[in-house]
Design a protein around this ligand. Structure first.
Ligand code: SAH
Length: 357
């Protein structure tokens, strides 16, 4: 179902720096704009992050000449919401058109007790997991920190009555392949003068190169970590995730353990369950052996079908059996309920469908 998109302000000329990319000292650049005062940057920053202003005209407490002087040097955001699709279960797919014409996809998932926003970190993805829609065209480009953060602003204004409670970097892209921008986005998300989101509500999901996990562990923000393991062997992972390079699960899990010990948070191990690939009892036993004694919980994700891909979703009974085997072996395992399937807004599929038209 298509939902009307709120009217957009006129686009500022491209090429200007976007305010959503500014952080910390970089905001001081606003002080050099004619007519600006020492407090201007703080006022504008609140308009951007707290009040969600989409253009300078909205910043009604700034003098008009200052608003136009700012608009000549900056634009507020990179992108504009272009399309909203709502699935029967309330899942919203949000497509934002970026200034260079690329399209960015986010998904908003309402649940009884929480509302999760699934954020992208790149347009496309270089890992090209065989089951995933995001990597079908490879990596198109990295998102800037501002482009990552704008997804939160767009989701907030699309459903103002639906407060977001959880934020997961599980949209398109591999966050550790764009770590600088993702790290800045995490800082602004959690900063009191940024979006003011509690770090414990944020999860970063990664294919988990050991070095990348170590670098994530160094970020002094207590976000949750999720590792896309999928298959309990290095060779199996390398076959399923062709852009991964060398898999070293032992080193990845050791790095994740260091992180857990520092933060006291349990790490999530994600397993996209594919019929005939990783849904046998032996797979569950191999997972149990791999993970025994580690501070992790397994999240079993029944595969969301992607049109172009010749794979099969496992039966619900099979997935429940895997969870039971893991639980019997002392590993906490939960099953993720599929969402947004009827109009294909799950897992990077919306962007492809809209672009194919
Ligand atoms: N690149 C990161 C984050 C993005 S993917 C990562 O791989 O972790 C977020 C999660 O969604 C990953 O576990 C990924 O394997 C899973 N996923 C991707 N496509 C899927 C699909 N079609 N069905 C179910 N899960 C999928």
């Amino acid at each position: 179902m298509d939902v009307p998109v709120p009217a957009s302000p006129p686009q500022a000329p491209t090429g200007l720096p976007a305010l959503t990319d500014l952080e910390g000292e970089a905001w001081a650049a606003l002080a050099a704009v004619p007519g600006a005062r020492t407090f201007t940057a703080g006022v504008v920053r609140r308009w951007v992050w707290e009040k969600g202003a989409r253009d300078f005209e909205a910043m009604s407490d700034l003098p008009r000449p200052l608003r136009s002087a700012l608009a000549q040097r900056f634009r507020v955001r990179h992108g504009q919401l272009e399309q909203v699709q709502e699935a029967a279960d309330g899942t919203l797919g949000l497509l934002t058109r970026l200034h260079d014409g690329q399209v960015l996809e986010s998904v908003c998932i309402p649940e009884a007790d929480r509302h999760t926003l699934c954020l992208s970190s790149q347009v496309g993805c270089a890992v090209r997991c065989r089951f995933c829609a995001s990597g079908l065209d490879g990596l198109l480009r990295n998102l800037s920190a501002g482009e990552i953060l704008e997804q939160v602003l767009v989701a907030r204004e699309t459903r103002p009555g639906l407060p977001l409670t959880n934020y997961v970097f599980m949209g398109s892209g591999e966050p550790t392949h764009n770590l600088k921008a993702v790290t800045q986005a995490l800082r602004v998300m959690t900063a009191p003068d940024g979006l003011g989101i509690g770090a414990r509500r944020i999860t970063v999901s990664t294919v988990g190169h050991p070095e990348a996990v170590r670098r994530l562990a160094e970020i002094e923000i207590p976000f949750n970590l999720a590792l896309s393991v999928h298959v309990p062997s290095d060779a199996g992972r390398e076959a399923l995730m062709p852009g991964l390079g060398t898999s070293d699960l032992a080193a990845t899990l050791a790095a994740a353990r260091v992180r857990f010990e520092a933060s006291g948070r349990r790490v999530t191990v994600e397993v996209v369950v594919l019929a005939g690939v990783n849904d046998r009892e032996q797979d569950a036993r191999d997972f149990a052996r791999l993970l025994r004694g580690l501070p992790v919980a397994v999240n079993l994700i029944p595969w969301n079908p992607v049109d172009e891909l010749d794979l099969r979703t496992p039966s619900p009974d099979r997935v429940r059996a895997l969870a039971a085997t893991l639980n019997r072996q002392g590993i906490t395992a939960t099953i993720r309920r599929p969402r947004g399937q009827d109009v294909g807004v799950a897992c990077g599929q919306l962007r492809r469908r809209v672009l194919a038209r």
